[in-house]
Every structure is written in structure tokens, then in C-alpha cells.
Design a protein around this ligand. Structure first.
Ligand SMILES: [Zn+2]
Ligand SMILES: [Zn+2]
Length: 278
């Protein structure tokens, strides 16, 4: 069954109607409360977190790899993509000029590798991703692995307008994360419509306006869509967003294919009541 074939021009009218419907509904109505922690599946579909950060690799992340993996397992997720800040972003050793690129890449991958082991132990799939940055403009990159990054130190010298198409040509799925995010540390919003495949149209940590602008951007350019939490808080994160599918993901390549085809569905969850925040 196809859900929201964002990249399929034949169904564009249907998508636009559906998008408008989603946008017009107040955000509260779109949030579905997940049952408290437990091993029981909370959805008949297979759920995935596409955007999350772990400590220590992401300097801004508050929770360890184990806390994060166990948290998503407790919610009944089937998989998570670890998308820590890469060497050009809020990577914990970014300012260290002594450590060579290759060693930094190994350290960048360490949290993911730990997550894989914990995932095998507790029973949740763990996939590799990275969040690349340019002055507060962020890109989620899926489909390139440790060996690829080790072999390509030249990306650190590239302009993003050159680097993003290069990553795409090397087989990556490039998604502009929260493209309309506004914050004190972001001088201006930058868009790279020729350097991405997709747009994160729901980011659980952004405002309805920022997400609605992302949806319009995706719609007008015919980009495929993703949704993710951008979780820096592990189990303390109140709002979650992710993608779900009717059958389990085989691997990252399968995820990329499904996102491009638009055969996964976006879901959101509000845990505010559970966390005593209401
Ligand atoms: Zn961060
Ligand atoms: Zn992020």
C-alpha cells in the first residue's frame, strides 16, 4: 500500500489535497499518545526514529547511547537512525585541531557502533546516519557509511553547494532537516534546492509554522518527505516524530528507496501528559 507518494507526479493532486488537510488540522489533533513504556507494539506498523543524537558524540545531546536505545525499545520502535552531528557541526571534538580527520571519523562512529551492540542486546535495529552542518543549516545524510567517510576527507574543504550534490552522486539520501528553523545562532535561512532529495517536513522540536513552511517547500519542489524528532533528550523528550511502514526495513538502502517512493507514513506522538508537562 502507498501512503504519501511525495515524489510521484501522477498522484500529485491527491498529495496536495492530503497535505492541505494535514496542515489545516491543529497540531494537537495530529499528535497521538503512545502507551506508557512496555514491550507491547503500540502501532500495527513498524516504527522508526530518523533523527536523534547521543552523548558524547553530539556535544548538545544530553543522554547516553544506552539510555537512547533502551528508550526507543521501551516504546516499541523497530529501529532508530543515529544521526549525530558530523565533524562540520556540533561534534564533541570539533574544536580539537590535533586529532586527524580519520581518527575523528572513527570517534564519530563510536556511538553508532555502541548503539548497534546495545540494539542487538535489547532487540531494536540500529541504522547509521549523519547530520552535516553549515552555520546552523543542517542536512541528514543516509546511506554512506564509516568507510566512505574515511575515504573522503576532501568533503571538509567543500562548499555545501558542491558537497551536497557530491554526496547524492555517491548514493546518499540527503534531507534538509528543519529548513525553516529560526534561532539566535542562525544568521539566516539557507535553502539548497539543487542539493537535496528530501525535506524533513515534521521535526518534533520545531514550531508548527516552521514545519508548515517545510511542507510547502517539499510540495512546491516535489521533494520526498521525512519526519523525525531531532531527539537530544532521550526519554525526557516530550514530542516525538518518525516514520512507519507496513513491513520492517531491511537496511538503510531499503529506507532510502521507501522514502523516495513515499511509501512510509509520518507519525507524531505527544508524551507531555506522561512526563507531567501539562
Ligand atoms: Zn544538536
Ligand atoms: Zn539534529
Amino acid at each position: 500500500m502507498r501512503y504519501a507518494p511525495a515524489c510521484d507526479m501522477e498522484d500529485i493532486a491527491k498529495i496536495l489535497r492530503a497535505s492541505v488537510f494535514v496542515l489545516r488540522r491543529p497540531i494537537a489533533e495530529r499528535l497521538v499518545t503512545v502507551a506508557p513504556a512496555g514491550r507491547k507494539k503500540v502501532s500495527p506498523l513498524y516504527r522508526y526514529e530518523t533523527h536523534m543524537h547521543t552523548s558524547p558524540v553530539s556535544a548538545c545531546a544530553k543522554k547516553s547511547v544506552r539510555e537512547n536505545v533502551e528508550f526507543y525499545r521501551s516504546l516499541g520502535y523497530d529501529g532508530i537512525f543515529i544521526t549525530n552531528h558530523f565533524l562540520d557541526g556540533n561534534f564533541y571534538l570539533r574544536k580539537n585541531t590535533e586529532i586527524p580527520y580519520e581518527e575523528k571519523v572513527r570517534l564519530f562512529c563510536a556511538d553508532y557502533e555502541e548503539a548497534v551492540k546495545i540494539g542487538e542486546e535489547v532487540g531494536i535495529r540500529v541504522f547509521f546516519g549523519a547530520e552535516l552542518s553549515y552555520g546552523g543549516t543542517d542536512f541528514l545524510v543516509y546511506g554512506l557509511e564509516k568507510e566512505w567517510f574515511l575515504a573522503h576527507p576532501e568533503i571538509m574543504e567543500m562548499q555545501k553547494s558542491e558537497e551536497l550534490p557530491f554526496l547524492m552522486s555517491e548514493g546518499a539520501l540527503v534531507v534538509h532537516a528543519h529548513p525553516f528553523r529560526e534561532a539566535k545562532y542562525i544568521d539566516h535561512i539557507r535553502l539548497f534546492p539543487r542539493g537535496i532529495h528530501g525535506v524533513e517536513v515534521i521535526n518534533a522540536n520545531r514550531t508548527p509554522l516552521e514545519n508548515e513552511m517545510a511542507e510547502i517547500y517539499a510540495e512546491k519542489y516535489g521533494f520526498c518527505r521525512t519526519a523525525g524528532t531531532d531527539n537530544h533528550l532521550g526519554a525526557d523528550q516530550a514530542h516525538l516524530a518518525g516514520m512507519e511502514s507496513e513491513t520492517p526495513l531491511r537496511d538503510v538502502a531499503d529506507f532510502i528507496e521507501r522514502v523516495k517512493e513515499g511509501t512510509m507514513r509520518i507519525f507524531t506522538t505527544d508524551r507531555s501528559a506522561e512526563l507531567g508537562l501539562e
